[in-house]
Design a binder for this molecule. Structure first.
Ligand SMILES: [Zn+2]
Length: 347
């Protein structure tokens, strides 16, 4: 789940954040837009890049009247003969992809994303079958979750995603290493892992800028979860490998999807690595006795967590257990109704 770290000081010279539904010019050719979000995060930042005679937008906000109203106000101000020409989507989460279909329909712009984002978004929009729902209930029970079980299954299998994501059509794919000339800059795409599969970040080839989506945030650690649809992935391990790659991007100004633009990429990567090392250490300590994911959630997050956060807490607890399992530090003991994790002698 999202964990707060020491507040990163915004970079000098950065203007105050725009109001929700507003925008500010961050730099020649880069416009910072802030959109409302009905989640604990409260807002999402999306970025407009001056494309010469038009604009390229990175991410979109959710398919919700407040976000659509914001765009209805912003677009005429921006457009003035300079249309929105394309949208690039960092990943398939609703606050990033949600309005891609609507904006494409509204403006005629092109939409580009990774094949993975397109596939995962399509899958998440499908209503769960009764069989999938029953499997999710069984999955949660087997992992020791009783309280909030229905809510959690609703998060995994409900129509929540489809309600806040307009169906996107795609005009082109984003691929790792691809270079995109946009206005006076060229942007290089990197696909990173852990928070979402193939999360695209964009860094300018002059080294000055990194549009980071949710991959690296100033004040919270991006959610890193195992989901019942992919129980044997290792997103914590994948996230740590992606931090190694991010650290090689120098010291750009980082434009995150939540919070303020900031500098200090290497320090932020180190803080995120230390955070996961600490969660892994605490998770392993809880596995001295055989435990379920439910037991680990109670141990890691002793204060009760809300509905939405419960699903995130489950995903994060299982992700850290899975990372320890891949490292050989815990083993799982499966029985028909129960899945227990236990530290190995090496753990
Ligand atoms: Zn995300």
């Amino acid at each position: 789940m999202n964990s707060k770290h020491d507040l990163v000081v915004p970079a000098p010279g950065i203007p105050e954040a725009p109001r929700e539904g507003g925008f500010v010019h961050l730099n020649a050719g880069i416009v910072w837009v802030r959109l409302p979000l009905d989640l604990a995060l409260g807002h999402i930042n999306v970025w407009l890049l001056d494309d010469g005679d038009g604009w390229t937008l990175i991410d979109t906000g959710i398919h919700h009247p407040r976000c659509r109203d914001a765009w209805e106000a912003i677009l005429p101000e921006l457009e003035a003969g300079r249309p929105l020409r394309q949208i690039l989507i960092t990943h398939h989460h609703p606050d990033h992809i949600g309005l891609a279909g609507w904006l494409r329909e509204r403006t005629g712009c092109a939409v580009r994303m990774t094949r993975t984002a397109f596939t995962l978004s399509g899958r998440a929009r499908q209503p769960a079958t009764a069989e999938e729902r029953a499997e999710a209930v069984e999955f949660a029970r087997r992992h020791g979750v009783a309280a909030a079980l229905e809510l959690m299954v609703g998060f995994w299998c409900g129509d929540y995603y489809a309600r806040i994501v307009s169906e996107p059509e795609v005009d082109g794919w984003l691929e790792d290493g691809m270079e995109l000339p946009i206005g006076e800059r060229t942007w290089r795409v990197a696909l990173l892992q852990g928070h979402a599969r193939d999360h695209a970040v964009l860094r300018s080839t002059d080294g000055g800028w990194l549009i980071a989506g949710d991959q690296v945030l100033p004040n919270i650690s991006p959610n890193v979860s195992v989901f019942p649809s992919d129980p044997l992935t290792d997103p914590v391990g994948d996230f740590l490998v992606s931090l190694d790659r991010l650290e090689q991007f120098g010291e750009p100004l980082i434009c995150p999807a939540h919070g303020m633009p900031f500098r200090g990429l290497a320090a932020r990567c180190a803080a995120l690595r230390a955070h996961h090392a600490e969660v892994l250490r605490r998770t392993l300590a809880l596995c001295r006795e055989p435990v379920t994911v439910g037991d680990v959630i109670t141990g890691l997050y002793p204060r009760s967590v809300g509905t939405f956060n419960m699903a995130l807490a489950f995903g994060e607890a299982l992700a850290h257990l899975r990372c320890l399992e891949v490292r050989g530090e815990v083993v799982r003991e499966e029985s028909p109704g129960r899945c227990l994790f236990r530290a190995t002698p090496e753990g």
